[in-house]
Design a protein around this ligand. Sequence first.
Ligand code: NDP
Ligand code: OXD
Length: 306
Amino acid sequence: MRILFHAIGTKPGPWVDGLRAALPDADVDAWAPGAAPADYAVVWAPPQQLLDEQPRLQAIFNIGAGVDALLPLRMPAQTLLVRLDDAGMSVQMAEYVCQAVIRHVRELDVYERATREGQWSFRKPLAREDFPVGVMGLGVLGTRVAQALRQFEFPVRGWSRSPKQLDGVRCFAGDGELDAFLAACRVLVCLLPLTPQTDGILNRRTLGRLQRGGYLVNVARGGHLVEDDLLALLDEGQLAGATLDVLRQEPPPPEHPFWRHPKITLTPHTSARTDRDASIAQIAGKIRALRRGEPVAGVVDRARGY
Ligand code: NDP
Ligand code: OXD
């Protein structure tokens, strides 16, 4: 069995060594143009050339949860496309989103600014019941995030494509229930995959339906957000602020208004990082299962887009 590794912006050495250790009977190499035919590829945002040169791949393992960079590429219909499920990401995402929501509701940024200016003064605490949080996307990550927010006793709502039942979470489903979901939220967390249906879904119309003084946490993909609409809604006071981990262009150009906007907290696509050891263990387990002819979790439905 032969495996190729290629991930843009990532040194291949530790991944290749890790895959060799996890699958001692496999021949594992970093991909280079003209590489000998392989059975599996482990990738992040590969070039079309890799797929064109490797038409016999049985499965392509994406070392992330989102497959939006892979789906536009040409590949044989029978090649399985497999995403990471969780592999250490959901706990990180829960930490990140909870800190963003808590930071906003406890006004920690206001306190930080005040103490830096030498002020030691208290503010009337805000009630978490006044901050219903809506999680868009109740998949592997969204479910864990919704459960973590419940632990802090926030009212939690969720929205997904198909109906869900989650303990303590008021669930909405489908386009028909989107407006009712938004109206029931003051804080909105985006954990949707980027697909033709969800591209630009965070826009003036949808964000304008949140309860006034709303707050946005986008940890999914920059393509979900219409950036000018966010700026306008912040100026108008419809939204109180936003925490953005993802942007349409990463990094944004130096003149981008988000860098210095007082109501926007920006992080560099770091809310849930790929955990190399956990990912290698998961991918190796799936390769072993496929070789035994067993089904594996996390196979992407290409028509659905996630
Ligand atoms: P999943 O595929 O497990 O879950 C996706 C969820 O979105 C599902 O609940 C699905 O509904 C719902 N959904 C999809 N399309 C629609 C739609 N048109 N309308 C309503 N709901 C929809 O994904 P994950 O939870 O694993 O990951 C979510 C995204 O998070 C990734 O695609 C990636 O873009 C992003 N991500 C960002 C990271 C970062 O560091 N910033 C790290 C990791 C992931 P249903 O359940 O009905 O299918
Ligand atoms: C992912 C990501 O999708 O890192 O895993 O954004």
